[in-house]
Design a protein around this ligand. Structure first.
Ligand code: ADP
Ligand code: MG
Length: 725
């Protein structure tokens, strides 16, 4: 047999034949390594095996005993046989009875050594156990109490293989598999950081009672230590997870550090200086004073742009905090330096919004700019392409149409990507690459990324934060309404509308057919925009109503938004297409139907559509359709705060980073061992170490880092564009 390797087919392992291999493949286990890293989802405690003498006084409790079957006897009626016996260990004996026991005929025999688990009861002749679970010990199995084995890993099982079977498969094979695990770090490194050896960590994630001493390759199964306390077991598990989480964090931070370094040293961007005169000229285009936060962000950006190192900055700020102005500033610095700038938005609506805003600010200026979206006619698109390539356009605003093949820039120097979390990670880097020589990049988000996450997910970005809203924003009262309060909520909306208000009604879905089941109950809250529109008509049509959702063509969407913006209709029933970019200052009411279906950060974002104008007070009603207190409690934080960062942290804690950022599918935020919120101190330590390591050894070329380097390339090389030099 060839030597076992981690990439050997799982069939090479003890206890795995062709049939078993197929079953395992169904769980995603194809190689020996797959099995080794198939970790239990939990640890269950079997009662420890105890000496019979020790349980004498414990009638009524569940216990586990071990001993030899004596005086076995069949009785009862032929069709309902009763099997009784005594089980004796060297401290005592008790009676055991199995009723209805025909299934035991070929299984249990006098003289068998067994382990029994069941409830003790006081019988006519002393203690006894009825119908205990049993396990027959064979060969060298040790019938003595073994506390270590009492902690059993519980594996995610399949229809054709049980957790028990997986457990014994692993226990038998671990002595051969663990030595194949390679550790990139030496003992000194591990000792300094109080980290477990990687083999021990992997072994103990399966069986926390695994001893730290070397294990014989030929052992029939992994030995386990007896007599471990619950505290010891859980401390060992935590240490094992911590080690693997450290590896995960370190590799990720190394990748970020390497990518940042490569960008800084290899990609020269045009330096875009901006003196006081240029700055004043740009700022004079805006019809208001900048907030302090906007000024700080602009200073940071101006400093970045003056360098030849490409800017790579995240601008985060709540909805309405005025990011567009900051973005436009960056773009106009490029234009002032006779270079081009591009602003990319995730939706047509948002691109159009930027377009309108820019048209307003740039009125009468010499800046040549255009819009590029998928809905342009082919001729118009070709025209924009040609002018961009010829350098006859200074600024382009668009959607992902900016990423398409035909787009070439004469001298792109600043790329702004709005609401970047709506794009995939790959698309983000696409615009960069597509643009030829590195442009300065500014990504913007209104889903404030908790500082913690900014470090981990976007860890190679510098961050500017707009933590101050422009003056004149009204307050927003937010209330969660459970089904009992829905009628009152709609009454309230009607009343505010009658007083001249303007309302968004936001639904989770477009049409009832998106989820027929959920729409069956006529009393239930309507969750699709189309149906809500119909149902609300009798109440609200006198205020004028319009419908907008992403499946409508763009012209109709624009028409609905324009009617709403002009106040010709005062109720806009919508899906989350309005989540970003829609700016109707008069809107002062929002009702979100089925609010529990949204994440907190998204609701916060939606809520940012109101309270933007003159109205002193705006109202946000979050209607839940589940009579579920926990949903209401979850949403409660929105009643209490408008601080996007606090909300984002709560959202992160509730839903995890992948869903929150919408980039899970790109693999970057899918950590297997790291628990984001809890492990932040560890991630920071890994980050410091990784950045220091890369500063000293940019390509991890030191001989002692060969394994680390290989792991890095394998894990992140492709997704993070690392150059395997
Ligand atoms: P964001 O993109 O961060 O949600 P916007 O850039 O769309 O915010 O700005 C929201 C609104 O606030 C816009 O109507 C904009 O004109 C206005 N605004 C931005 N900055 C200021 C400011 N410093 N003072 C007053 N109004 C501002
Ligand atoms: Mg915006």
């Amino acid at each position: 047999m060839p030597d076992l390797r981690l990439d050997s087919p799982v069939q090479f392992l003890k206890g795995v034949g062709p049939a078993r291999a197929e079953v395992l493949a169904g769980l995603g286990i194809r190689t020996a390594g797959d099995l080794l890293f198939y970790f239990p989802r939990d640890l269950a405690r079997r009662p420890a095996r105890e000496p019979i003498e020790a349980v004498r006084s414990r009638a009524g409790q569940d216990v586990t005993l071990g001993g030899v079957l004596e005086r076995a006897r069949w009785g009862g009626r032929p069709y309902r046989p009763v099997f009784s016996a005594r089980v004796a260990d060297n401290t005592g004996a008790i009676d055991v009875v199995w009723f209805n026991a025909s299934w035991l005929r070929d299984k249990l025999n006098e003289g068998d050594r067994v382990v029994l688990t069941g409830r003790l009861r006081r019988g006519s002749r002393g203690l006894e156990m009825n119908n205990p679970k049993f396990q027959i010990l064979t060969g060298d199995d040790d019938p003595a109490p073994a506390e270590g084995e009492a902690w059993e890993p519980v594996y995610p099982a399949g229809a054709e293989i049980t957790s028990n079977q997986l457990r014994s498969l692993l226990r038998r094979n671990l002595p051969r598999l663990l030595p194949l695990v390679v550790d990139p770090h030496d003992a000194g490194y591990l000792a300094d950081r109080k980290l477990l050896d990687r083999r021990l960590a992997v072994g103990r994630l399966h069986f926390p009672a695994m001893p730290a001493t070397p294990i014989s390759l030929s052992a029939a199964e992994l030995p386990l230590e007896p007599d471990l306390s619950a505290e010891e077991i859980s401390a060992r598990r935590a240490a094992a997870r911590h080690r693997l989480a450290w590896d995960e964090a370190l590799l990720f931070q190394l990748a970020l550090a390497m990518r940042r370094r490569a960008r800084q040293t290899q990609l020269a961007a045009p330096a875009l200086p901006c003196d006081g005169r240029v700055r004043d000229r740009i700022l004079s285009r805006f019809p208001f004073e900048l907030t302090g936060a906007q000024r700080r962000a602009i200073d940071q950006i101006a400093a970045d742009l003056a360098q030849q190192v490409p800017m790579n900055r995240l601008l985060q700020g709540d909805v309405g905090s005025g990011k567009t102005v900051v973005a436009l500033f960056a773009a106009l610095v490029a234009v002032a330096n006779k270079c081009q700038a591009a602003i990319m938005a995730p939706t047509e609506i948002l691109a159009a919004q930027h377009h309108d805003r820019i048209a307003q600010y740039l009125r009468g200026s010499r800046v040549r700019w255009a819009m590029l979206t998928g809905s342009l006619t082919a001729a118009a698109r070709r025209d924009v392409h040609a002018r961009l390539a010829a350098g006859d356009l200074d600024l382009v605003v668009g959607t992902t149409a900016l990423l398409s093949e035909g787009v070439r820039f004469a001298r792109l120097a600043v790329a702004v990507i709005d609401e970047q979390h709506k794009f995939g990670v790959y698309q983000r880097s696409d615009l960069r690459r597509h643009a030829g020589p590195a442009p300065h990049t500014l990504v913007m988000t209104a889903t404030p990324i908790p500082r913690s996450l900014a470090l981990t997910v976007f860890g190679d970005l510098a961050v500017s934060t707009l933590d101050e809203l422009p003056p004149g924003r009204g307050r927003i009262d937010t209330r969660v309404a459970t089904p009992a309060n829905h009628a009152a909520a709609f009454d309230f909306i009607a009343q505010r509308l009658a007083a001249g208000g303007q309302a968004y009604v936001v639904c989770p879905r477009v049409s009832p057919t998106d989820d027929p089941d959920a729409e069956e109950d006529p009393a239930a809250l309507t969750l699709s925009a189309e149906r809500a529109f119909d149902r609300l008509k009798p109440r609200f049509s006198r205020f004028g109503m319009a419908l907008v959702h992403g499946q409508m063509d763009r012209a109709r969407q624009q028409a609905a938004l324009a009617d709403f913006a002009a106040g010709r209709v005062r109720v806009l029933v919508a899906t989350t297409v309005i989540e970003v970019g829609v700016d109707v200052p008069a809107a002062n009411i929002m009702a979100v139907l089925g609010a529990e279906r949204f994440g907190l950060a998204q609701l916060h974002q939606l809520r940012g559509r109101i309270g933007r104008g003159e109205a002193e007070r705006s109202y946000c009603l979050l209607l839940t359709d589940a009579d579920d207190e926990s949903a209401a409690a979850r949403l409660g934080i929105l009643e209490k705060t408008r601080d996007g960062f606090r909300i984002a942290e709560a959202d992160l804690a509730q839903r995890g980073p992948g869903r929150m950022l919408g980039v899970a599918q790109h693999g970057q935020t899918e950590f297997r061992y790291i628990e984001l919120v809890r492990d932040l101190p560890m991630i920071r330590a890994a980050r410091r170490e990784a950045f220091a390591t890369i500063a000293a050894d940019p390509t991890l070329a030191a001989p002692g880092r060969a394994i680390l380097r290989r792991e890095l390339m394998k894990t992140h090389g492709a997704t993070m564009d690392l150059v395997d030099a």
